[in-house]
Ligand binder design. Structure first.
Ligand SMILES: [Cu+2]
Length: 136
């Protein structure tokens, strides 16, 4: 019994050592292989709707509508919550964005730089949207 426990502990320790070694190896190869990071941008998610030129988004039935909007740089975008539940607008890239806001409340954000800005609701992470900021 005692010997078996010791053996189990020993194999656990060995496994930990292997895991640590594997982590170190992974970290090195990860730094030189940006392919996994680039994948989401290269293949747009099929759950995203068609882009719509708009400056306001309504949150209704646990979805952002329109889901994908296009704006010019310098545009202020307004999200208005028409659900009974609170939601957030949280940008995927840096987790900045709104606090939870309630029914009838709005969140505004001005987009200065061009780019594609994906966001989600931090309370309901399956709620996703995108703002495409482009000059044309
Ligand atoms: Cu939500």
């Amino acid at each position: 019994m005692r010997a078996r426990q010791l053996a189990a502990l020993a194999s656990l320790a060995a496994a930990s050592t292997i895991t640590l070694a594997a982590c170190a190896g992974t970290a090195v190869s990860h730094a030189s292989a940006p392919a996994p990071m680039a994948m989401p941008a290269a293949t747009p998610s099929p759950t995203f709707g068609a882009p719509v030129a708009a400056t306001s988004v309504v949150i209704h039935n646990f979805a952002f509508s329109p889901q994908v909007i296009t704006v010019k740089p310098g545009t202020e975008v307004t999200w208005t919550n028409s659900d009974a539940d609170a939601h957030t607008v949280t940008f995927d890239a840096d987790r900045t964005g709104s606090q939870a806001f309630q029914n009838g409340e709005s969140y505004r954000h001005t987009f200065t730089a061009t780019g594609t800005f994906r966001y989600h609701c931090s309370i309901h992470p399956y709620m996703v949207g995108e703002v495409v900021v482009a000059n044309s």
